[in-house]
Structures are given as structure tokens and as C-alpha cells.
Design a protein around this ligand. Structure first.
Ligand code: NDP
Length: 281
């Protein structure tokens, strides 16, 4: 069965819109600030999509575009302002940043209470230690997709390919939190194929077009394809060879239309959570 990320994201956004309306009744509007430095066309599209998604769910969004030669100091000063701005519940700085700006410094400057991307070391640490905090959006979306299958996660063998801070590591921790037995693989892993063949749940977050062929997949597995790879022809494919893999997997996400639509949805969700906390203050 194909896991329809688009449909699941739509349902989730409808739920979020209802929750936003409840907050509105308390005179609170969740607010998200998105900062874009420079004019990278892909980043511009991402920012526009975030803005549109906010609008659809009733979340206030403030788009701030800065020139590509903006200094690190100026960007940090802007973040300080947004940290103190009571209309803003979430702050997101679109990555990648121009060379003169250190992304780690920027992420660390965002208040952990407004870090709806879940990239701040305080939030990454909270995930590691099982405390409350923001979890990054793509991993959260992946968990929603796995849960949508209705299959038990506890006790299952889960294999995550990729160990980035934004996808691989947090997904692995979320699966561990759900009591899966988790193996994390990366570019130095030996015999990746045989490890994958054991996976009841396989998450591929590599960035290599259709690297995971059908022979990597265990019969009956849940396969989540995070990769977004543009071929020379312009076609976008995942890290998994979908046609072959779908013959063996019981559940599989397509690319596009799988993990992608969930990422922005979970950003809206995190912004809602942040605003809810403000409502209780
Ligand atoms: P990174 O490049 O940061 O990480 C890739 C990981 O894959 C690394 O850990 C790397 O290992 C591992 N890897 C590379 N080659 C191999 C190999 N041959 N065998 C095993 N492991 C390998 O990428 P991201 O985590 O940021 O993203 C991964 C993919 O997901 C990309 O295609 C990206 O575009 C996509 N993505 C999609 C999102 C969505 O919303 N759908 C959101 C975020 C990302 P090592 O650490 O050893 O180098």
C-alpha cells in the first residue's frame, strides 16, 4: 500500500486549523517568523510554501527577506528582536545560509522555546534524554506516516540510513522512543544491504537517487523514503527504487507525495504547540 503523504498532511492541517481557531477564541493567533537570507530560488520556493501553508491554517506568518551580504551580527540582532516579540511563537531561519554566517551560531541564538524547527542543541538534547521539547519537522512527519499504517512499532527492527542532525539521528531517537530496535547506517556501514534486509521499518535519508533497490527490502516492510533527488531529466525521485521496492514492502511512501508534504505540516504543528504554551502562560 502506498502511504499517501499528501492526504495525511491535508487531514493533519485540517486538525491544526481547528486547533488554531480554538486559540483564536482566546485571542491568540499562533505566529511564525521565517527569515530568508539571500535569493536562492529553491529557498524562495520553500519560504513561499511555508507562508501559504500558514495562511491556510490561520497561522500568522511574517516573512523577512534579507540581502545575501547581510552580516552575522545583523541576523543575530534580528533573532534577538523576534525572541522578544510576543506575536511570534516560532522562528525559522531558512538554510543554507551565505558563507559569512555560521549556521550553528544562528540556530543557538533562537530561543529554544521558539525553535519550531527543533534544531537548537537544547531541543536536540531534550529528544535524546526523553524530555519535552521541539522535535524537527521531517522526523516528526516520518513518525506520523509510520503510525498511519496502524502497525505496531514496539519491538520491530528499524533501520535508518543516514545520520544527519536534521533527519537520520532524530528519526532514530523517535523510533527508539517507540521501542523499536534501531540500527543507524551511514556511508561507512559495511554490508548495508544485509542490514536493510532485516528491517521491518526502513527509513532512507541518504540523498542518492534510487540507491535502495528491491533486493534491500524485507518482505512486508514499511519503507519511508526521505530522499529528494532531481535527475538530469528534471524528474524528482527518492532514495528508494520505488517500483521494485513496492513489490516487497507492505507500506511505502512515494516521492514526491510522501514525506515532503508532512514536513511543512509538522512545522505548523510545532508553531501551534508553541502558541498553546503561550496561551497557558
Ligand atoms: P545529509 O547529506 O546531511 O546526510 C546523508 C546521510 O546519508 C549521511 O549520514 C551519509 O553518511 C549517508 N550516506 C551517504 N551515502 C551513503 C551510502 N552510500 N550508504 C549509506 N549511507 C550513506 O542529508 P540529509 O539528512 O539532510 O537529507 C537526506 C535526504 O533527505 C536528501 O535527499 C534530502 O534532500 C532529503 N530531505 C528531505 C526532506 C523532506 O522534507 N522530504 C527534508 C530533509 C531532507 P555519512 O554521515 O557517513 O556521510
Amino acid at each position: 500500500m502506498i502511504i499517501d503523504g499528501k492526504a495525511i498532511a491535508k487531514m493533519k492541517r485540517e486538525e491544526i486549523a481547528k486547533e488554531v481557531a480554538k486559540l483564536n477564541a482566546k485571542r491568540i493567533t499562533p505566529g511564525l517568523a521565517v527569515i530568508l537570507v539571500g535569493d536562492d530560488p529553491a529557498s524562495q520556493i520553500y519560504v513561499r510554501n511555508k507562508h501559504r501553508a500558514c495562511k491556510e491554517t490561520g497561522i500568522y506568518s511574517r516573512e523577512i527577506t534579507l540581502a545575501k551580504d547581510t552580516s552575522e551580527e545583523d541576523l543575530l540582532a534580528l533573532i534577538d528582536k523576534l525572541n522578544a516579540d510576543s506575536a511570534i511563537d516560532g522562528i525559522l531561519v531558512q538554510l543554507p545560509l551565505p558563507k559569512q554566517i555560521d549556521p550553528d551560531k544562528v540556530i543557538e541564538r533562537i530561543s529554544p522555546h521558539k525553535d519550531v524547527d527543533g534544531f537548537h542543541p537544547v531541543n536536540a538534547g531534550a529528544l535524546l534524554t526523553g524530555q519535552e521539547g521541539f522535535v524537527s519537522c521531517t522526523p516528526l512527519g516520518i513518525m506520523e506516516l509510520i503510525k498511519s499504517t496502524g502497525q505496531e512499532i514496539s519491538g520491530k527492527d528499524a533501520v535508518v540510513i543516514g545520520r544527519s542532525n536534521i533527519v537520520g539521528k532524530p528519526v532514530a531517537h523517535l523510533l527508539l522512543r517507540e521501542n523499536a530496535t534501531v540500527t543507524i547506517c551511514h556511508s561507512r556501514t559495511r554490508d548495508l544491504k544485509s542490514i536493510c534486509q532485516r528491517a521491518d521499518i526502513l527509513v532512507a535519508a541518504i540523498g542518492k537517487a534510487e540507491m535502495i533497490t528491491g533486493d534491500y527490502i524485507k518482505e512486508g516492510a514499511i519503507v519511508i523514503d526521505v530522499g529528494i533527488n532531481r535527475l538530469e531529466s528534471g524528474k524528482v525521485v527518492g532514495d528508494v527504487a520505488f517500483e521494485e521496492a513496492s513489490k516487497k514492502a507492505t507500506y511505502i511512501t512515494p516521492v514526491p507525495g510522501g514525506v515532503g508534504p508532512m514536513t511543512i505540516t509538522m512545522l505548523l504543528y510545532n508553531t501551534l504547540l508553541s502558541a498553546r504554551k503561550r496561551a497557558k502562560d
